[in-house]
Design a protein around this ligand. Structure first.
Ligand SMILES: Cc1cc2nc3c(=O)[nH]c(=O)nc-3n(C[C@H](O)[C@H](O)[C@H](O)COP(=O)(O)OP(=O)(O)OC[C@H]3O[C@@H](n4cnc5c(N)ncnc54)[C@H](O)[C@@H]3O)c2cc1C
Length: 265
């Protein structure tokens, strides 16, 4: 883990959807450490610094997948291959990627597919992996083709029915559980979606890990900005990934979070 930004050159930028781009850069695993799926990086564009999940882990190469939603992310979207960014990390506990010969379901909503892509690709080497990739509409679906090439059975799911299953990820999961079951689940997406998924998986006794986001500043566990009620767990250190038994103890889960000033919203 590095705590000061390493300046890297962007090798390749892939326009995934009208609002989402993937940025690839070299990362020397021997010198800088090899991250696990579910860990995140602090990305610095020399103006501001924000957390981004690792979406791809290849030989000495990492990628982040960024949705353009505000000032920082729109600045990232203006970058071109050859431009420089600062990267520190990787941080966080990450997903458990030690499973073998299990039936795994991984569920991602919107850009929540970023860490789901990393864990599903990794686990597909030694497990039977299915992914629900959910988005509002066809154009916003992520990683369908690349996951299928990695041997993952992908269930695309759109709110408007423009591609794949018509409905929410929760409805798609309920349908799958009518004829299948799974040993373990991995989930990332809007918290309201994760809450619905959590309830379905709990009622089917399927354990899982959930990746949460909170406003983050230091990412080192010092500033306390990303603590969650009522246990005070820091998303940057004890998280961002929490097992189902811990999710139950996060009383603010899918209810509220805090802005940069610590005010609840
Ligand atoms: C562990 C973690 C992993 C993340 N992974 C991804 C990812 O893979 N892809 C992706 O597109 N986004 C990811 N995010 C969210 C991303 O950091 C924010 O969307 C981004 O910082 C928004 O910045 P902005 O200036 O463009 O938008 P703003 O207009 O500043 O903010 C829009 C919203 O983004 C969130 N946000 C803003 N600043 C921060 C911050 N410093 N820390 C956390 N959330 C913030 C807040 O909910 C805010 O309301 C992740 C966040 C966390 C905590």
């Amino acid at each position: 883990m590095i705590n000061e930004p390493k300046i890297v050159e962007i090798k390749e930028i892939i326009t995934e959807t009208p609002t989402i781009k993937t940025f690839k850069f070299n990362w020397d695993f021997d010198k800088l450490g090899k991250p696990n799926p579910g860990e995140f990086l602090m990305i610095w564009n020399f103006k501001n610094e924000k957390p981004m999940s690792i979406s791809q882990i290849n030989d000495d190469e990492l990628a982040i997948t960024v949705k353009n939603i505000g000032e920082f992310t729109s600045q990232l979207h203006e970058l071109e291959a050859g431009d420089l960014i600062g990267v520190r990390g990787s941080y966080g506990n990450g997903f458990d990627n030690t499973f073998k010969d299990k039936r795994i379901i991984a569920i991602g909503g919107g850009v929540g597919m970023a860490p789901v892509n990393a864990i599903a690709t990794d686990l597909a080497k030694s497990n039977e992996v299915e992914v629900i990739s959910a988005a509002q509409t066809k154009d916003e679906l992520l990683f369908i083709d690349s996951l299928e090439k990695s041997g993952v059975d992908v269930h695309a799911c759109t709110d408007d029915g423009s591609f794949g299953f018509k409905g929410f990820a929760t409805d798609c999961l309920s349908g799958l559980l009518e004829s299948s079951t799974y040993d373990y689940a991995f989930v990332c997406g809007p918290e309201i979606m994760m809450k619905g998924i959590f309830e379905i998986l709990e009622s089917s006794s399927i354990p899982g890990q959930y990746s949460l986001e909170r406003y983050m500043k230091c990412a080192l566990g010092v500033c306390g900005q990303c603590c969650v009620d009522s246990e005070g767990w820091r998303i940057c250190v004890e998280g961002p990934v929490f097992e189902n038994d811990k999710i139950e103890k996060i009383t603010e889960f899918a209810k509220y979070r805090r802005d940069a000033s610590g005010v609840k919203y």
